[in-house]
Design a binder for this molecule. Structure first.
Ligand code: FAD
Length: 467
């Protein structure tokens, strides 16, 4: 048994867990963080947000250079995939080591091993060498994240049939790639490999892509990806994925019924979603309640039904996003310290880092209609934004939805260049319950993409200047 007694032991060193551990240490707690992967940063830094964005950026530069003639950039361009993957790995290692450094700076004990809740006051740890430790603690925070949802009956070999993790390390560009699932992860990774030369087909069960997005935005998004060469097979139910040495064959049937179609490819990417990961934690034995989706149930203070055991991030309800996990982590430990920890799940921005990017915060038009809320819409196209013109990236628009009576902004949806960075302005405005007029009367720098937000805000009152 460990001699030390902790105020908090965090199980899982992802963006939820490591941020919670650091904040708890800042608040004066004695903290340990148990992580089994041998590197901090969780799914996000190791096999999620960071490596995917590194490849998205590299592949975007490659494609821009290939088609750089209109900018006066000419010459032969070729791809060194090995170097591109190595750069991505370097980015990952530097960031995960950076988190280790932050742990040292904040005096958080980093315990490498697999954690299991022995009792509400004790976490058992099995190290990679098979040694056992027992950590005594006042509180336990479950931050064990999520894993790829498997397709029933299909074995992921990470070679021909891959999850997002395998799709981040393909050693050659597949001639043909079938992506199963038209959600964020499938579209981002599909975009990476299309830019690098793969012929990409996306097979989706629903009749639309990115189902939680505002429909007008998601239709425009599909059109733009289609123009780039991604083929969509919507309303198709995958009934089989068979791999051989030579190829992989995906069989899918129209949801409405009729003949099955076969899609032959070099690689199939399964990207139908993610599910909470709680394996080996001992939740049942300790009596921690989970819901029908396997998510740990928590109250507003992120505490489970067992006193002293808390949970955050992908393993609980809410959007499975790194920044949401971080906010959960901070709110949970601030609550433990007697502060007013709170996360506004209505204002968690969500971004697809394709080209163009798609970003939104707040409600969609369909949600407002379903609630019966009277709303106004203001839209502004990037075609009329001078910065977008200088960049040659004029596809897309900003759309603002506001209450028809009170003028409060309820939703901002952006499809266009750097939408992911731009959405932060909207999120801040909405946290302060701003009106479109508040946004429109705020001086925006010129020439900038954010001027499209200002103009969309003006457009809510029918007084946009540049269109
Ligand atoms: C390809 C891909 C791209 C993504 N891109 C984005 C993006 O651009 N933006 C975004 O916001 N989100 C993105 N996500 C989602 C994001 O990665 C997750 O929402 C986020 O990592 C969740 O954080 P978490 O701390 O809850 O869990 P995780 O990051 O999953 O971390 C949990 C950690 O717990 C560890 N663990 C599990 N069980 C135990 C145990 N018993 N003992 C010890 N350790 C344990 C795991 O090894 C893991 O490291 C992406 C995900 C994927 C797969």
């Amino acid at each position: 048994m460990s001699e030390v007694s902790y105020d908090l032991v965090v199980i899982g060193g992802g963006p939820g867990g490591y941020v919670a551990a650091i904040r708890a240490a800042q608040l004066g707690m004695k903290v340990a963080c148990v992580e089994k992967r041998g590197a901090l940063g969780g799914t996000c830094l190791n096999v999620g947000c960071i490596p995917s964005k590194a490849l998205l950026h590299s592949s975007e530069l490659y494609e821009e250079a290939l088609h750089g003639q209109k900018h006066g950039i000419v010459g032969r361009i070729s791809l060194d995939l090995k170097a591109m993957l190595a750069r991505k790995d370097d980015v990952v290692v530097n960031l995960t080591k950076g988190v280790e450094g932050l742990f040292k700076k904040n005096k958080v004990d980093y315990v490498i091993g697999s954690g299991r809740i022995a009792t509400p006051g004790q976490v058992g740890v099995t190290t990679a060498e098979g040694k056992s430790l027992l950590l005594n603690t006042k509180r336990i925070l479950i931050a064990t994240g999520s894993e790829t949802t498997p397709l029933p009956g299909i074995t992921i070999d990470e070679k021909r049939i891959v999850s997002s993790t395998g799709a981040l390390t393909l050693s050659e560009v597949p001639k043909k790639l079938v992506v199963i699932g038209a959600g964020v992860i499938g579209l981002e990774l599909g975009s990476v490999w299309r830019r690098l030369g793969a012929e990409v087909t996306v097979v989706e069960f629903l009749d639309r892509i990115t189902p939680t997005m505002d429909i007008e935005v998601s239709r425009q998004f599909q059109k733009m990806l289609g123009k780039q060469g991604i083929q969509f097979k919507l309303a198709m139910k995958v009934s089989g994925v068979k791999a051989s040495n030579k190829e992989v064959v995906v069989t899918a049937e129209p949801v409405a019924g009729s003949k099955a179609e076969e899609f032959k490819a070099d690689v199939a990417l399964i990207a139908i979603g993610r599910r909470p990961f709680t394996q080996g934690l001992g939740l049942k034995e300790i009596g921690v309640a989970t819901d029908e989706k396997g998510r740990v149930q928590v109250n507003v203070h992120f505490e489970t039904n067992v006193k002293g055991i808390y949970a955050i991030g992908d393993v609980i309800a809410g959007p499975m996003l790194a920044h949401k996990a971080e906010e959960d982590g901070i709110a949970a430990v601030e609550s433990m310290a007697g502060q007013a920890g709170h996360v506004n799940y209505n204002l968690v921005p969500s971004v697809v880092y394709t080209m163009p990017e798609v970003a939104c915060v707040g409600k969609t038009e369909e949600q407002l209609k379903a609630e019966g809320t009277q709303y106004k819409v203001g839209k502004f196209p990037f075609l009329a934004n001078s910065r977008a013109r200088t960049m040659g990236m004029t596809d897309g628009f900003v759309k603002i939805l506001a209450d028809a009576k009170t003028d409060e902004v309820y939703g901002v949806h952006i499809i266009g260049p750097q939408a992911g960075t731009m959405i932060a302005e909207a999120a801040i405005a909405m946290e302060f319950r701003a009106s479109p007029e508040d946004i429109a009367r705020t001086c925006h720098s010129h020439p900038d993409l954010n001027e499209a937000i200002k103009e969309a805000a003006l457009a809510v009152a029918g007084r946009a200047i540049h269109i």
